[in-house]
Every structure is written in C-alpha cells, then in structure tokens.
Design a protein around this ligand. Structure first.
Ligand code: SF4
Ligand code: SF4
Length: 141
C-alpha cells in the first residue's frame, strides 16, 4: 500500500466522526468479556447503525491499516510505556488500551507520525482507550 493511501482518512477516523453523532450506551458484554474485534463490530452496529456485513468490511479496512500503525508507533520510547508491555498502536480501534500500563507519565503520541497524519485529537491511548472510543466518550458528556 502506498504511504499516501495509508494516510488518507482511515475508516476508523471516519467512524469516529459518525459515531460522534450517537450516544454511547452499554453494549451488552463488557470490553473484557468479548474479543476486541467483536467489541468494535458491536459498536459499529449498535452506534452507527451498520449491518453486520458493513461492520465486518469496516473492520477489514482497520485490519489493513493496523500493521502500518504498529510499525510507525513510537510508544516504546514513551516515558509511560513499561517493560512488561509488548503491544503498541493503542490509538487503533482494534488495539485499544493497554492491559498493563496504568500510570501516565507523559504521552509521546502528539509527536508520532501516525498522530499527525491521521489528525488524531487525543492521547494516552494506552490508558484512555483508542481515538474512536475517546471521541465517542466526549460526545456522551
Ligand atoms: S499515536 Fe500514539 S498510540 Fe498511535 S501509533 Fe502513534 S505513538 Fe502509537
Ligand atoms: S499511547 Fe501515548 S502515553 Fe501511551 S505509551 Fe503510547 S505514546 Fe505513551
């Protein structure tokens, strides 16, 4: 995939904008009780009114971008990152917050190329969940 194509507005960013129109309510099972992919699919269906087929296609687009996000992620150089963690790319909907990182000691996300190119707005994804979820939470208030 060409770099420019990758940085074109991602499906997840678009999803965040559309999801922003909806209130986020309990989605049945908790995040911990279902796989991340199932959880995101349910959000797309429940909060964006997507059919299961549409949600699956959206998730496939997210999956395509995930390797590039992980490759470019600079979390491992961040003061908040801990040695016990192995995951990166917490801003991505299919990763979400860390199960290990709990203490915030500064966030390098705003200096990350992914952050800039994808025009992300939040941070501390490892402790506060993905960009999509943080945007949804803002609209709930
Ligand atoms: S914005 Fe943050 S979480 Fe996302 S890829 Fe960059 S450093 Fe990692
Ligand atoms: S999401 Fe932000 S705060 Fe968390 S490890 Fe990555 S750069 Fe640091």
């Amino acid at each position: 995939m060409k770099r420019r194509e990758f940085f074109e507005k991602s499906a997840c960013s678009v999803a965040a904008l559309v999801l922003a129109k909806f209130g986020l309510s309990a989605s049945g099972l908790s995040d911990e009780e279902m796989s991340r992919e199932e959880y995101v699919k349910k959000l797309l269906m429940d909060k964006m009114g997507m059919s299961e087929e549409e949600a699956k296609k959206e998730i496939e687009k997210m999956k395509e971008k995930l390797p590039k996000v992980k490759e470019m992620c600079i979390c491992k150089d961040c003061p908040t990152y801990v040695g016990e963690e192995t995951e990166v790319g917490f801003c991505h909907p299919l990763i979400g917050k860390s199960k290990v990182i709990t203490k915030e000691n500064g966030c390098n996300c705003p200096t990350c190329p992914v952050y800039k190119k994808m025009e992300l707005k939040n941070g501390y994804y490892c402790t506060r969940k993905s960009e999509m979820e943080q945007e949804m939470a803002k609209k709930e208030k």
